[in-house]
Design a binder for this molecule. Structure first.
Ligand code: MRU
Length: 349
């Protein structure tokens, strides 16, 4: 089966508003929500109604364009001051995924040469549309590149959801699976549930089932046993921020999988667009790691599972050191070996 477009687009622009697939409701309900204000957009990103680094960036870009469309400022200078303050507000919605600030900076850059407020408003909308359109092609290319690493019959483990609904389409880590049938390659996916918010159990399995891909769900603590017993051939994950030396922040639990891959001697791949690289940071030590509400850990579906008053530590991401990463798969090719110098030459081009 080819990628059938059965998976809905998670972010849709409609000139007067933005429509999001509410990812907190999946897989039990497929609900779309309309956002009309920048506050709605901020809340949707913070509460994970939209999540995944590229989708967060796309949503924030539309959010900024949506807000700017209604500015009453008549001078370009005042317009830019207001835009800057809205940009800062949206940038505060989630700290780890660098695609958020990357997309917002692109929007601000797109009005540098605007000669009127109206032209600036139009440019912002066009830039947001361009970011989304480019991301679809970038993800397709990541999928094509990743597929060169997988042989027919491979069993591949992933975590979280780095899929179509986390991007404009196809995803990053899930893109090769969506494209595999077109290439006549059969792959078996093992999806780790991804506590605490269960993006693997709720979203990755749902998305892959829609595309007719062979997927098996495991809980996070089954990973080592599953690699040993099922003969997992490779692990592939997405990324929220990759620093100049190749250290990679991704969903909490990714680092565990990288250690397991190393122990079992199987490849550990990171799939990510160039928009996820932050070469201004030297290493993963500098990446801000989001800590989320303790209730994500103490409750499941609103039901308390841990005693009242217990202390909770809830980091949403961890950092996998470059030495545990076999390769980083980008739209521009596959980086391997000395990741630091590979990244340096990629960004010098
Ligand atoms: O907290 P989330 O669900 O936004 O975390 C998402 C991830 O960690 C993804 O792997 C990453 O953003 C890449 S999405 C293509």
């Amino acid at each position: 089966m080819t990628y059938t477009k059965k998976v809905p687009q998670s972010v849709q622009w409609h000139e007067t508003h933005l429509t999001l697939l509410d990812q907190t409701k999946l897989p039990l309900e497929t609900v779309f929500i309309d956002l009309f204000t920048i506050e709605d957009v901020w809340e949707s990103i913070t509460s994970l109604k939209v999540r995944g680094a590229p989708a967060i960036g796309i949503t924030a870009a539309y959010g900024l364009a949506l807000s700017a469309k209604d500015y009453e400022e008549t001078s370009l200078q005042d317009f830019k001051i207001k835009l800057h303050s809205d940009k800062e507000y949206l940038a505060s919605s989630r700290p780890t995924a660098v695609n958020l600030i990357w997309a917002l900076n692109r929007l601000v850059g797109s009005i540098e040469d605007s000669t009127s407020v109206n032209e600036a408003k139009t440019n912002l909308i066009h830039e947001a549309i361009r970011i989304q359109a480019e991301d679809e092609e970038v993800c397709r290319q990541i999928g094509e590149n990743a597929l060169t690493l997988f042989k027919d019959g491979f069993k591949v483990l992933t975590i979280c959801n780095a899929g179509s609904i986390a991007t404009a389409r196809y995803g990053t880590a899930l893109a090769p699976f969506h494209l595999s049938a077109q290439h006549g390659i059969n792959l078996e996916v093992y999806a780790s549930e991804t506590r605490p918010v269960l993006q693997g159990a709720r979203l990755t399995t749902w998305e892959l089932l829609q595309s007719g891909i062979d997927v098996t769900l495991i809980t996070d603590n089954m990973a080592a046993h599953t690699i040993a017993e099922k003969g997992i051939d490779a692990i592939i994950v997405g990324a929220d921020r990759i620093t100049a030396n190749g250290d990679t922040a991704n969903k909490i639990g990714t680092f565990n999988l990288a250690i397991l891959a190393n122990t079992f001697g199987i490849p550990f791949y990171v799939a990510a667009p160039l928009s996820t690289f932050d070469v201004s940071l030297e290493s993963g030590k500098d990446i801000p790691i989001e800590e989320r509400n303790p209730e994500e850990v103490t409750h499941v579906n609103g039901v308390r599972i841990a005693p009242e008053g217990v202390q909770v530590y809830n980091p949403a991401f961890d950092v996998t050191p470059n030495k545990l990463i076999t390769a980083i798969i980008t739209e521009k090719g596959i980086l391997q070996g000395d990741l630091q110098s590979e990244i340096k030459s990629l960004f010098e081009k």
